[in-house]
Design a protein around this ligand. Sequence first.
Ligand SMILES: [Zn+2]
Ligand SMILES: [Zn+2]
Length: 450
Amino acid sequence: MNSPMPTPGSGIPPGYVRVESQVEGITVYAPAPHVEQIPDAQTFKCPNCGATTAFDPRAASVTCSNCGSMYALNARRVGRDANEFEFTLDTLHSAPRGWGVTRRDLHCEKCGATTSVSPTHQHAQRTSSSERVDASPTELSTTCPFCGSNRVAARTAVPDAFRPRFLVPFKIERDACASLAREWLKRGWMYPRELVNAAYGAQFVGIYLSFWTFRARVQGNWRAEVGHEITENYFDVSQAKFKTRTRLEWKWQQGNVVLAFDDELETGTSHIRAQLLKRLAPFDLNALVTYDPGYLAGWRAQSYEIALDDAWDVARAQMREKTRAAAYADIDSKHARNFSVNAVFDDEAWRLVLLPVYLATYRFRDKTYQLVINGQTGKVAGDKPIDWKKVLLIVAVLIVPGILLAALAFGFGAVGYETGGIFLFGGILFCVGAVAAVWALQQAMDAGKA
Ligand SMILES: [Zn+2]
Ligand SMILES: [Zn+2]
């Protein structure tokens, strides 16, 4: 479990390790076995006091929760100019792998998600101050942030995935999550009123999720039969006069459009619906910094589950769809048939980045719902149960008065009273109410689908 790295001040010469001695009372050192050093491997113990450190969004640096020391990170802000990589075997083979630092994987046996955590908080060194309160943002709970299960097993992370080269650091602090969630739960008339209380039980887990970004230039060469309206004069024999008529003249046309795509974001996780993550957008990629494992200190991270090829297929399909729409818009007539587009991709490049997200699950009336917060902007998205009783009540309130009034007027009218005006008014009330009711129902159904 312990690394052969000598601890500072322990008296072990650098490059040597203590080995099992045959003779009692004599300490033996041997050259340290060659361990492949990951260039930017770091530990996240505080050099000042030995306690666990973690990246602190407010200070934007690695901070010791015990003695307050701060450590600057070795990262550069690169923004959207961050390097992109071509799809060559060379870049794929030479890409570094792993996190660049020892991390531990937590594998959920219920939903199958694997997240990685800093190992430091699990065997933190004892400090002289034994009353150290764990106030660091490091959360020690081992529940799965995706499904809320606690059937989670720890294992050493295997560094086989590509290492992310860039990330957007956390900006929203964990303490702010509960109130952001409450605000979000309160919003919307179609939800149960007590829903807001569900936020009190939610545990927010800050996690860096993997995303792929893609760049490409797409030329869409289109071909279609285009119908042009021709207005012509003709002589109507039956009426014996000149008239005009329009007819369509079809001819084959072709053209091309060029679309430049940049920073098209594709999710790398399969444990959160892409739809839900889309609602967290946008992330400001101008905040991208070069990857430094220090940003992950005290935070969870998830390596990508959707491989580069698969994410690229999804991105290409979307780019092709947008190119097709642009090509169709390029046609100078609203009549077109036998339309086809050949999309030619060029200048394609990719990046792997980490983006900050808080995950939580909350329980309401014995059901679990997922909630996600953008760790950069504080935008909230998630699932909320619709209160259908409330929705139907509102629909009834909207349409019943019109019906009642019209029925009343009809009844009185039948026994000889002059009620035409009231009947008309009831009818209008009913129509307006019905339109409002349909709109309300539509809103509730859209909210339920989202
Ligand atoms: Zn310290
Ligand atoms: Zn799970």
